[in-house]
Design a protein around this ligand. Structure first.
Ligand SMILES: *Cc1c(COP(=O)(O)O)cnc(C)c1O
Length: 227
């Protein structure tokens, strides 16, 4: 059995150490606990230890946990692949969506965001080179896509997200994270007021923080291995 509270403390300590080591301001990196495949009880353990932001990849699984954890004040982030027929529920139930990479999906999320909720925070998923998955837009299309997202008033463009290919070489991890960092700087210079760089997972959190991540998405290091 994993000791979630201890793991969480270790991850939070590592984040502060890396902030210091790479001259990042204290508390400039937010921890998103990725709870896919984990139970509501496990989420509750992390919650009791102070964690508030949780990331989920699969809508149906997430909705069940949201119902079970309705009494907790959790900030839910959708980080998985978005199917067209799931946008309505995603727009209704999440505070953030990290994996927006398609105009039609962005438009649907915008139109389906309930009026009583604040605009949906989104990140554009970018397919940086050597990425494992096919998801994410090409860097060349990023500015145009960002412009489109900004025109949608029920969405709030917060920044960029990437899922780099898994490498064990630190320099290689940094080089991939660096690409996303450069793209974000370009967007800011083009006048987009973005504040979020969503990158870094259990295996490359240090590289991501070194390269300017503001949100790391950590699953295994908190909840243990997935089946
Ligand atoms: C599963 C997942 C994570 C967390 O990965 P770990 O290796 O468990 O830390 C982060 N981001 C996305 C998009 C994921 O699907």
């Amino acid at each position: 059995m994993q000791n979630i509270a201890n793991n969480l403390r270790r991850v939070n300590m590592a984040i502060s150490d890396y902030e210091h080591k790479y001259h990042r301001p204290a508390h400039s990196v937010k921890l998103l606990a990725v709870s896919k495949g984990k139970s509501s009880e496990e989420i509750l353990e992390a919650y009791a230890a102070g964690q508030r932001a949780f990331g989920e990849n699969y809508l149906q699984e997430a909705l069940l946990k949201m119902t079970a954890l309705a009494q907790q004040s959790i900030e839910w982030h959708f980080i998985g692949k978005i199917q067209t027929n799931k946008t309505k529920k995603i727009a209704e139930h999440f505070a953030w969506v990290h994996s927006v990479d398609d105009m039609k999906i962005a438009k649907r999320l915008n139109d389906q965001r309930p009026a009583h909720l604040p605009p949906l925070n989104i990140c554009i998923e970018v397919n940086i080179s050597e990425q494992t998955t096919k998801s994410g837009i090409h860097a060349n299309d990023m500015t145009l896509f960002a412009k489109y997202c900004t025109s949608l008033t029920r969405l709030k463009l917060r920044g960029l997200m990437a899922i780099p290919e898994e490498h064990h070489d630190f320099a290689k991890q940094r080089a991939l994270c660096h690409q996303l960092s450069v793209l974000a700087r370009g967007l800011r210079q083009a006048g987009f007021p973005i504040d979020t760089l969503s990158m870094g997972m259990s295996h490359d959190m240090e590289a991501a923080i070194a390269e300017g991540a503001t949100m790391v998405r950590v699953g295994r290091a908190i909840f243990g291995p997935r089946e």
